[in-house]
Design a protein around this ligand. Structure first.
Ligand code: FUB
Ligand code: ZN
Length: 658
């Protein structure tokens, strides 16, 4: 039983504020730009071929004259026939998922900002996707175009289930927003096809990249279709269970039965895709970080759906492994580029960090499902940390460029250049050949309301602070006014109904004032939430701790020894060359001094900066010297980490010596 559930997308209407500005940016800039990318019409972006792959798959199945293809081509103002010339598959094996995540983001966006033209564009893309579905329900352009006989024979690398999962999520989002069920029907047929193959016909195997499990659970809730729940349960239950032969390793057995590969993944590495043990026995977060958190999200969701205490216990251990020992202060996870993976406890290098944007989106998903099992503020604290720092840093402030990797230290000349630092770019690229992150940011920002609010048993949960109106299904209507994360007052007005308001008191807020109708109260705080009985007309005000403070890390995190970072509220700050004389490597902090408000920077949208007393160390010219360097006092300026890298190439550091 879920203790509380995320609200659905239509229950939250943003009002003017930080979140609505980001959601408008997604609608006005990111979604149109990403659609152009999908159609290979975005100037300067790498070729994506995503839509073309669907056209080609539909043509491979039904011939080029198929009505959906012709209709789509004319809607794109291309000459019918033109686009078919490029008839192969191009891109990553999971290229289809870019279209899925785009539709999902469009669904969430349309729920909040209806737009007929955008809906028509999405409808026409859905038509072409539907046309690319095989008669038996199979849907994947890579295998449909290249070789139908190879379907389901390379679960390790093939991403067929991953792409299906993303389309299931898209279908549910689009249906919830528009009431249109074309994609939902396509994906139910697809789910049934997968069910037949893996459950009815008992083909061995489970997803190389978890994703379909969490999506099947969404599809189950949207449609009530029991096979979706059973299939999710099946994939979760069989993962890591020894098979007959090949040392019990399913992926090795699978690899032994085929003579081809997509990119040579090591089938022997059972950690990479979290198959080293049955999931209920797992405790350390290991392997590819996005795969890991997508899997844990599904496990936590299923645990709540089916009251599976053993599964939930595994989730709790995995959560602690991440949040207590393997997560950056920015909510980034997966500290190495080798396998885009978790490594070991406290191994959190700043300059070679991987911290993929998708992984922090996934961490938010995991946190939201843990909250559904038990509303403990520690889950929401991490969800907030991941969102306001790594997820938002994943996108340039103008919505036009994106980070895949989110380091906590960047040194142009080394970052992005040295073999050890190739992945840590000092500027956001426009697009990537592997474009998983940009649409993940879009769908996560667009659905922010569903992470911010939850409901259960006559209680309205406010996990994150998001200005807007929330319509809880038990009759309570709430208006939230706040400038968070830059403002620290959150005002809730109960406009209709009553019940209990559960407001999160964040871990960073040491001094919090709560008042009801102007009178200060001291409600019971249970697991990070203040539970307050409310009725229509009540005004509840939360004044959060607005102090900027130094943060220190456990000395086991070797790189941060002797260093401090700066945090104010949910925002982690960083020091950029642009504000600090070009060079931040020579800076150190006076952590005994007060942190004060700095000047606003127009290029960063006028965000609040911080001023900190510190020093600049002036070294000799040679590489080494016996002369002790001079330390000169200097006023240092810090900007929110999510805004870094928006003023050209420059040095950046989150942690400074103190
Ligand atoms: O494999 C699909 C996606 O591509 C992963 O989630 C990302 O880490 C990237 O490798
Ligand atoms: Zn990604």
């Amino acid at each position: 039983m879920k203790a509380q559930r995320q609200i659905t997308i239509k229950q939250y209407k943003p009002s003017e504020g930080f979140i609505s500005r980001y959601q408008k940016l997604i609608k006005d800039v990111v979604i149109p730009y990403q659609y152009d990318v999908l159609c290979d019409k975005a100037e300067g972006a790498e070729k994506s071929h995503v839509v073309q792959n669907f056209i080609n798959a539909a043509a491979a199945l039904h011939g080029e004259d198929h009505a959906a293809i012709q209709k789509y081509l004319s809607s794109r103002e291309q000459k019918p026939g033109d686009a078919i010339t490029d008839s192969g598959f191009y891109g990553m094996v999971f290229q289809d998922s870019d279209a899925a995540k785009w539709i999902e983001a469009v669904g969430y966006t349309l729920a909040v900002f209806p737009d007929k033209k955008l809906e028509e564009t999405a409808d026409s893309l859905i038509d072409i996707i539907a046309a690319a579905q095989d008669e038996d329900g199979y849907l994947n352009t890579y295998f449909t175009i290249k070789d139908r006989d190879k379907r389901w024979t390379n679960l390790l690398e093939g991403h067929e289930l991953y792409c299906s999962g993303h389309f299931m999520e898209a279908a549910v989002a689009y249906y919830n927003a528009t009431g249109k069920d074309k994609l939902l029907k396509v994906m139910l047929k697809n789910a049934e096809h997968i069910y037949r193959h893996f459950v009815t016909e008992k083909y061995e195997g489970y997803p190389g990249h978890p994703e379909v499990e969490l999506a099947l659970l969404k599809l189950y809730r949207a449609t009530g279709e029991k096979h979706c729940l059973e299939l999710a349960e099946h994939f979760i239950n069989v993962r890591g269970v020894p098979v007959e032969g090949a040392d019990g390793n399913f992926y090795k057995k699978e690899a032994e039965q085929r003579d081809w590969t997509v990119w040579g993944n090591n089938a022997d590495d059972r950690y990479y895709q979290q198959s080293f043990a049955p999931v209920r026995e797992q405790s350390d977060a290991v392997g590819h970080s996005v795969r890991a958190v997508y899997l844990y999200t599904a496990m936590a969701d299923l645990a709540a759906e089916t009251d599976d205490a053993e599964l939930l216990n595994a989730c709790k251990r995995l959560w602690e492994s991440i949040a207590d020992r393997r997560m950056y202060i920015t909510g980034g996870i997966g500290s190495t580029g080798i396998g885009e993976a978790f490594t070991v406890d406290y191994d959190l290098p700043n300059d070679t960090a991987y911290a993929e944007t998708c992984a922090s989106c996934g961490l938010m998903f995991f946190a939201s499902r843990m909250l559904e099992n038990y509303p403990d503020g520690k889950y929401a604290d991490v969800m907030e940390r991941a969102f306001y720092n790594t997820v938002l840093a994943g996108m340039q402030l103008d919505g036009k460029r994106f980070f895949y990797v989110n380091p906590l230290e960047v040194i142009p000349g080394i970052s992005g250049i040295a073999a050890t630092h190739w992945h840590d770019k000092s500027q956001r690229p426009e697009w990537f050949a592997c474009a998983c992150c940009p649409p993940n940011v879009a769908r996560t920002v667009a659905a922010f309301g569903t992470y911010a609010y939850g409901e259960g048993d006559g209680t309205a949960y406010c996990h994150l602070y998001a200005a807007g109106e929330v319509d809880f299904s038990f009759g309570l209507k709430l208006l939230c006014e706040t400038d968070f994360p830059h403002g620290f007052t959150v005002r809730y007005t109960v406009s209709e109904g009553g019940g209990v308001l559960a407001v999160r008191i964040p871990d960073w807020s040491e001094r919090t004032e709560i008042s009801v109708n102007g009178e200060k109260i001291s409600p019971e705080i249970k697991s990070g939430y203040a539970y307050i009985g409310v009725e229509a007309g009540d005004v509840i005000e939360l004044i959060l701790d607005d102090r900027a403070r130094f943060v220190y890390s456990n000395t086991k995190a070797a790189e941060n020894t002797g260093c401090a970072a700066v945090q104010r509220g949910a925002l982690v700050y960083c020091f950029e060359g642009a504000d600090n004389g070009g060079d931040v490597l020579s800076l150190s902090l006076d952590d005994g001094a007060e942190i004060t408000a700095g000047e606003t920077v127009p290029e960063l949208g006028g965000v609040e900066t911080l001023k900190v007393k510190g020093y600049r160390t002036v070294s000799e010219d040679g590489l080494y010297s016996f002369k002790k360097p001079e330390r000169i006092p200097e006023a240092l300026m810090a900007v929110p980490y999510y805004t870094w890298g928006n003023r050209g190439e420059n040095q950046m550091r989150v942690w400074l010596p103190c």
